[in-house]
Design a protein around this ligand. Structure first.
Ligand SMILES: *Cc1c(COP(=O)(O)O)cnc(C)c1O
Ligand SMILES: [Zn+2]
Length: 412
């Protein structure tokens, strides 16, 4: 990889050759992949991008893969970025865009990391990949691996929603549903991976994964024709996604594609916000209970706090914690105003933007991109809880008229 220099520990600075099965530093710190931007500038221009296929692999010069590594089979990336003037007006913003990453092949931003895991597993000559996950890392890995002909072992906490488990089973993964927290699930997967030597797709151990996730930032900026928004909002669990987002932005700045950096908005659930609490307190993070229905960000012991905290601090970011009710409200708001259906963790960034607008911390001077990180169809039970049941009647006009009258529905 001519364009990649090495992996560097975010804690102690030690560097490692960028081999395909790179894991954490001996000190326990996670590695960051360091690029040769001077070289990349000579091979990647805005013009070279124009004719390329619309997948995350269009940014290959900024991705840690060998020149000879084939793109993974599923169409990951190039999800739509919608301009939302009506929602912007409602919230009192100058401009608002919604990046619907629930449109990825398995319905979540995690597809970007899992496609990278599959590409690196192939480079490593591995035939089996494993991970533990609150759900989306698992389903995206199972799908992307199935398409590439690789076998998967997946560990999920038993609370994972049915939609995600259905995906896993359909994609043919060997699924272990662990009766315990995400923390316990993670530890068991770690022990199993060590025991059987599977390729490791666990968050915050494999440093290539957030390099896949960063493609969401590259796309947002390309879709905005390199016009930099003031803020990008995203939900945070382990912290890999927001760290990847920031890495992508810094890459673009380093190669001169953009001339300033947006500020990040880190949105967490009020019932589980160890990263945001650390920012608010200006202190180290401490574990928290996993007290939210937004399962994908119910992470009491974040796996990537170092990179996430660094990203939020470096960007002079804002942090915002939202209640489950506020998440449900945002889910409906996005659905009704934009036609975008996100899962609870998927819409938490938008819930955060709404709250910051209400608090006067964002306003009519500001342009904001809100990333929807997962599709609402993954968790229909919670969507129905938030939005209510339909009008249920026998199939007659009399029953319809009676139901409308009873509910005072004005038919237009
Ligand atoms: C995983 C996930 C997140 C958070 O990503 P982290 O890397 O854990 O911070 C947010 N939303 C959805 C839908 C996810 O699946
Ligand atoms: Zn180290």
């Amino acid at each position: 990889m001519r364009h990649v220099l090495y992996g560097r520990c975010v804690r102690c600075g030690r560097t490692y050759e960028a081999v395909p099965d790179l894991v954490n530093c001996a000190c326990g710190g996670i590695l960051d992949i360091v690029y040769d931007y001077d070289y990349i500038k000579t091979v990647l221009t805005k013009e070279t991008l124009r004719g390329r296929r619309r997948t995350m692999w269009r940014y290959r010069e900024l991705l840690p893969v060998e020149e000879s590594t084939a793109p993974t089979p599923l169409r990951v990336g190039w999800s739509p970025l919608y301009e939302e003037p009506r929602l912007a007006e409602r919230l009192g913003l100058k401009g608002l865009w919604v990046k619907d990453d629930g449109q990825n092949p398995t319905g979540a931003l995690k597809d970007r990391a899992s496609a990278m895991a599959v590409a690196k597993a192939r480079e490593a000559g591995a035939e089996v990949i494993a991970c533990s996950s609150t759900g989306n890392a698992a389903s995206s890995l199972a799908g992307n691996a199935a398409a590439a002909g690789l076998k998967t072992y997946i560990f999920v906490p038993s609370r994972a929603p049915k939609g995600k488990v259905a995906q896993l089973m359909t994609f043919g993964a060997t699924v272990i549903s662990v009766q315990g927290s995400y923390e316990e699930t993670f530890e068991l997967s770690k022990a199993a991976i060590e025991r059987w030597g599977w390729y490791n797709r666990n968050a915050a151990i494999n440093p290539y994964l957030s390099e896949g996730k960063k493609t969401v930032a590259l796309e947002i900026l390309e879709q905005l024709d390199w016009q930099v928004p003031d803020y990008i909002a995203i939900s945070v669990g382990d912290g890999c996604t927001i760290a990847g987002l920031w890495k992508g932005l810094k890459d673009l700045y380093a190669i001169g594609f953009i001339d300033r950096l947006p500020r990040l908005i880190s949105a967490q659930a009020a019932g589980c916000c160890p990263i945001n609490r650390a920012i608010e307190e200006g202190a180290d993070w401490r574990p928290m209970e996993e007290n939210t229905f937004a399962d994908s960000i119910a992470v009491g012991v974040p796996r990537n706090p170092d990179k996430a905290l660094q990203a939020i601090r470096e960007s002079q970011g804002l942090v915002v914690n939202v209640s489950d009710q506020e998440i449900m409200d945002a889910q409906q708001l996005l659905g009704r105003t934009c036609g975008v259906f996100g899962e609870p963790a998927g819409v938490t960034g938008t819930a955060g933007v709404k709250k910051l607008c209400e608090q006067g911390l964002l306003g009519k001077e500001d342009t904001v991109v809100s990333v929807v990180t997962g599709n609402g169809l993954k968790d229909v039970a919670n969507a129905i809880k938030a939005c209510g049941e339909p009008i249920a009647i026998p199939g007659t006009m009399d029953a319809l008229l009676a139901a409308f009258a009873a509910r005072q529905v004005v038919v237009s």
